[in-house]
Design a protein around this ligand. Sequence first.
Ligand code: CA
Length: 224
Amino acid sequence: MIWCVEDESSIRDIEVYSLQSTGFEARGFADGVSFWEALQTEQPALVVLDVMLPGVDGIELLRRMKASAILRDIPVVMATAKGAEYDKIQGLDLGADYYLTKPFGVMELVSCVKAVLRRCAPKRAEHLLKTGGLIVNLDEHTVTADGERVILTYKEFEVLRLFLSHPGVAFTRDQLMEEVWGTDYCGETRTVDMHIRTLRQKLGRYSDWIETVRNVGYRLEVKE
Ligand code: CA
């Protein structure tokens, strides 16, 4: 879904219509306030953001998005009036992905949106830890094994995340305690064993990927 924030209804309609007619889902917002409200419950794939808006302007909205862990990776195409060089520099400094200078053509908008989505695709994929059929989605905090959701506790998730980030590396129980439970946690290392046991149970056919390293601890061995 592409969101277009533009107070001038004729431009907004053209943006939404041209994106829809090339196969995108698109939705228009007439002001920054309604856009910002909608962002709290839903996140678009990309935003076309006008700079000059009544109330909260585009630069301020961009600043807020970049300050939010959930919103900062949403690509933003800024649309600004011709000659507003200052806006352009400010927007790019703040992390806008592209600048469109008004008046822009329909094809220019569509090809720009496609290019930015393409360019941003690998950046978003980095939030997946994928090994064989085992996928940890760091954004959604979910795990799937061969496409099936695996429901893990928070600590089990953190253990698995650590293993998948360092395949083949052996971790001692103390290291796991420190990485997952934190240095100020005064528990016993038996806690680690308990979590490894339940994690293995939940991972089904991937359970033997978590190997016990005798006299050391555990490590992830990819077996495919
Ligand atoms: Ca405007």
